[in-house]
Design a protein around this ligand. Structure first.
Ligand SMILES: Nc1ncnc2c1ncn2[C@@H]1O[C@H](COP(=O)(O)OP(=O)(O)OP(=O)(O)O)[C@@H](O)[C@H]1O
Length: 247
């Protein structure tokens, strides 16, 4: 049975959170030039969990960084809802990132001298309409550990704190670059369960980069990249919860 959130085929403008047109990113280092993205046309649909797959160096992180306002396109255009990101000043792009984007990276980037709750408060203190740090930690199942320091938490727990920090400002989008890359498979599944649950409960448009092709089973849509190009798209009519996937 198709999930109610599934949207195959043509999407209306209201359903589209990100759209790119001819997105190209060239990195120049001295004499060498690398085309990390080579004319990518892609949409990310509102409320969906999209998985980005592809070999190392295929451009997945570059795409995520440009969507999140951390990097600039060399050519082509990118829209977030009605706003063309590729026309924003650096200052406006920073505001966009602060107001709308939650990031989760492979390494958790927590401040070691602050507790879980204090790490989340770094974000809630400057956000316009945040949830409380306690609510964010409850959503990732770590309320009982909120006064623990990162060094007192396992890798999977630290990643869940990083997810709490990312969602506490109620971002429109959650961009995750290899969120389970540093975790063993059992702990990785717990982290994916948290991402899946947040997507279902809050409707946050979510993108997850991974090397693990099995993760595609939990996605609404899967985008396959190769050599800086989008080479294939899949719509998943039969999503599985992470714990149902045969790892
Ligand atoms: N800041 C940079 N300067 C120079 N080259 C870069 C830079 N960032 C990325 N690249 C190059 O662009 C290409 C695409 O990199 P990207 O990190 O987007 O790929 P990826 O698919 O995310 O790879 P991985 O799965 O290994 O993270 C690679 O050849 C990479 O070396």
């Amino acid at each position: 049975m198709a999930d109610s959130n599934d949207q195959g085929g043509v999407a209306s403008a209201a359903d589209v959170t990100f759209r790119t047109e001819g997105l190209t990113r060239v990195y120049r280092t001295g004499e060498t030039q690398v085309k990390a993205l080579d004319g990518v046309d892609v949409v990310l649909l509102t409320g969906q969990l999209t998985v980005l797959l592809g070999p190392s160096g295929s451009g997945k992180s570059t795409l995520l960084n440009i969507l999140g306002g951390l990097d600039h396109a060399s050519a082509g255009r990118v829209w977030f809802r009605d706003t063309e990101l590729t026309r924003l000043s650096d200052r406006a792009l920073t505001r966009y990132r602060r107001d709308h984007v939650g990031f989760v990276f492979q390494f958790y980037n927590l401040v070691p001298s602050l507790t879980a709750r204090e790490n989340v408060r770094l974000v809630t203190d400057i956000a316009a309409d945040p949830m409380s740090a306690e609510e964010a930690l409850e959503r990732v199942g770590l309320l009982a550990r909120m006064d623990h320091f990162p060094g007192q938490l396992s890798g999977g727990e630290q990643q869940r704190v990083a997810i709490a920090r990312a969602i506490a400002k109620r971002p429109g989008v959650l961009l995750c670059d290899e969120p389970t890359g540093a975790l063993d498979s059992k702990t990785g599944v717990q982290v994916l369960e948290v991402l899946d649950q947040i997507n279902r409960e809050t409707g946050t448009t979510t993108a997850v980069i991974t090397h693990n092709a099995m993760i595609r089973r939990m996605a609404h849509r899967v985008l396959h990249f190769s050599d800086g190009r989008l080479v294939r798209e899949e719509v998943n009519d039969h999503r599985l919860a992470p714990h149902e996937i045969d790892w």
